[in-house]
Design a protein around this ligand. Structure first.
Ligand code: PRX
Length: 655
């Protein structure tokens, strides 16, 4: 309710300046409305025309959409293309000397890579992968720091038709192992270490741990990029240095020509069970979504310097670092480090230094930078900026206003972009030269996106009322299936409640009188911690895997910087611990979760009870736990609780 109230109170709005609107690719609301009408009236030719305009095809497609086996939709399915060719080769004829990547290392060292150079590196690495026997359709896990090499690795997989699955470098050995196993990967690409905030993090050692003790026999090779002088344990015959692998490889590599529907990648994301889902994306539809949204939402111009601060381990880094910008021939920043090192002015310093024009980051980063130095941006020349963006979670209006005024000098439109791992590309966002923005709203769907908010029966809800966010028609960049689990795909995203017709996003949302969308949060047991998606069940499974733990329930509570923080309610096998004992076990369990999943999943708060509150049928009363976690007064009916005194226990944080 409090979210709803604050939404309804927000009255500020910001129209694009005349200057911005005149120069924009989609200029003014008439242009936006005309595109929406085209999509409404001629849905298939709308997407077909874009696919012909934005993608270079080896063999053109003859059919736009095959929906005969819904919800397993196929787009452009007899077309043939290569995604890496579209991101690299086709720009060479225009200007191979254009800078593709400006890489800034943690210590500030800058490396510039032209399109010609990137093409050469991708081809050599692709040839290297082929020499190891990696071929079309095989899966390759990429566990890399933010680096030029991470992008080369992804593009090289795309070039030879191998399916990459990037695992975020902050995930632990357990998470790496699960993903290798589920994907049946034949190779892992990693680095000896990564460097962030002046500290090195062992990546290769984590891969070694994932591969130890059996269970990953599909992996025959581990390719190791040497980022630091730090060593690495070596398994002869399996491990190979990146620089040795590319030595002497040919500088060109004929792309593997792929069918439009051949998978480009799998990216694991959290859902409402303990097991992450392998979100499988296609080649052509995904590329079209990434390329077109980059052009429209970021109003991309050839002389822009684009900077998306996401990690390639998340979907944002896939679509708006590896694929969207490269497909458009853009120049972009790739940053190895963290926003707070050597100090909280790092982002602003880099924007000044590289004359960044478009800056795309997460609300959690904005909030933490406000806290660490709200006046810092004023010490830098940020006049190169012309457009700002946010992604990953709702942005609170105060943070939005600060971003607008202090970073953007009240000059730059903000695109608050709503989308998901599953949608592959931005779906709801202002087009900055057309749509008036309101702080906290992702505004209107992109042309061609049939988003709506419906009730349990699938009927649209009236303005001001919350409901389920759905997309009523399939679109090219939508997830194709869950790797190895088509049933789960159908059940999760196209549930029978809506006759299997609508894509159910898993968010609740609300629309105001002008039709603007306001995202309210997840409807499933998924948390959004610092813009990272975490399943409560995943963290619970990790906790109960600890020998001390009998039962655990995990919920989120609001957090000023992270958006949401993890709270775990734990029942031990032995007696409920108190005092120093409780402190020691809580800290042990926090480390345990960091080791099982990764630091990002670590609970902020662990509370011990003799039991968990359950309904008569044995279901954990999560709503009650959420109230307890927030420190709210308990208004729910607790008369069915067998042991009401546990509530007092669960209200007691371990200090
Ligand atoms: O709840 C929504 C939130 O992030 C979820 C998707 O998470 P993930 O697949 O990790 O992708 C994040 C990057 C695209 C959504 O279901 N979310 C994402 N963008 C926004 C958002 N919530 C509010 N506003 C947004 N702009």
């Amino acid at each position: 309710m409090s979210t709803l109230e604050s939404i309804l109170k927000e009255t500020r709005s910001f129209a694009p300046s005349d200057d911005f609107r005149h120069k924009a690719t989609v200029s003014g609301m008439e242009a936006y409305n005309a595109l929406c009408e085209q999509a409404d009236d001629h849905y298939l030719s709308f997407w077909g025309d874009l696919a012909r305009e934005l993608i270079t095809w080896k063999k053109p497609f003859s059919r736009v959409l095959d929906d005969s086996n819904a919800p397993f939709f196929k787009w452009f399915d007899d077309g043939v293309l290569n995604v890496s060719y579209n991101c690299l080769d086709r720009h060479l004829a225009l200007d191979g000397n254009k800078i593709a990547l400006i890489f800034e290392a943690d210590d500030g060292e800058v490396t510039r890579v032209t399109y010609a150079e990137l093409h050469r590196r991708v081809c050599q690495f692709a040839n290297g992968l082929k020499s190891l026997g990696v071929g079309k359709g095989e899966r390759v896990v990429i566990y890399m720091p933010m680096s030029i090499e991470a992008i080369v690795a992804m593009q090289a997989c795309a070039r030879i038709g191998a399916i990459h699955s990037v695992v975020f470098g902050g995930f632990s050995a357990g998470a790496v192992k699960d993903r290798i196993q589920d994907a049946g990967a034949c190779a892992v690409i990693t680095a000896n270490e990564s460097v962030r905030g002046g500290k090195s993090v062992p990546l290769k050692a984590t891969v070694d741990e994932a591969l130890a003790n059996g269970g990953c026999e599909t992996v025959t090779h581990v390719v190791v990029y040497q980022r630091t002088n730090g060593g690495a344990e070596w398994t002869e015959g399996r491990d190979v240095w990146w620089h040795k692998l590319v030595e002497g490889q040919a500088e060109t590599c004929e792309p593997e020509w792929m069918n439009a529907e051949d998978p480009l990648f799998i990216l694991y994301t959290s859902g409402s069970t303990g097991k992450p889902k392998g979100i499988q994306h296609s080649s052509a539809g995904y590329l079209l979504g990434a390329a077109n949204s980059f052009r429209w939402v970021f109003d991309y111009k050839p002389n822009d310097v684009f900077w998306c601060t996401a990690d390639v381990g998340w979907i944002t880094g896939h679509s708006y670092i590896c694929y969207g910008p490269l497909a458009n021939g853009a120049t972009q920043i790739v940053f190895e480090g963290v926003p707070t090192y050597p100090d909280a002015g790092r982002f602003w310093k880099m924007i000044e230094k590289h004359k960044v024009t478009i800056f795309y980051t997460a609300p959690t980063a904005i909030r933490s930078l406000i806290k660490l130095g709200g006046d810092l941006p004023k010490q830098y020349d940020l006049s190169s900026l012309r457009l700002l963006g946010t992604v990953g979670e709702p942005i609170n209006p105060e943070a939005w206003m600060w971003y607008y005024e202090v970073v953007g000098g009240s000059r730059c439109p903000i695109v608050d972009t709503w989308w998901q791992t599953e949608t592959g590309s931005i779906q709801i966002s202002p087009l900055p030269g057309a749509v008036t923005t309101k702080p906290g709203s992702c505004t209107l769907p992109l042309p061609g996106v049939m988003a709506d908010i419906v009730d349990e029966s699938g009927a649209p809800v009236e303005p001001g009322r919350g409901g389920f966010l759905v997309i009523k028609k399939p679109f090219p960049s939508l997830v194709r299936t869950i790797w190895n689990d088509p049933e789960r795909f159908k059940k999760t995203y196209f549930p029978d409640e809506f006759n299997g017709q609508y894509y159910l996003a898993g968010d609740s949302a609300n629309r105001d009188e002008s039709g603007y969308f306001w995202i309210m949060g997840r409807i499933d047991d998924v948390l959004n911690v610092s813009g990272h998606r975490l399943g409560t069940m995943e963290i619970e499974s990790a906790l109960v895997a600890n020998p001390l733990v009998a039962e655990a329930a995990v919920v989120g509570k609001p957090h000023d910087i992270k958006g949401e923080a993890v709270v775990a309610f734990v029942v031990l096998k032995g007696a409920r611990p108190e005092g120093e004992d409780a402190k020691k076990i809580a800290s042990e369990l926090k480390n345990w979760v960091a080791h099982e999943i990764g630091k990002i999943a670590q609970p902020d708060d662990i509370r011990f009870g003799e039991n968990l509150p359950k309904t008569r049928s044995g279901k954990i009363m999560r709503r009650l736990l959420r109230s307890i976690a927030k420190g709210e007064e308990i208004t729910q009916d607790t008369s069915t609780l067998e042991n009401p005194q546990i509530l007092g226990q669960l209200q007691e944080p371990v200090r």
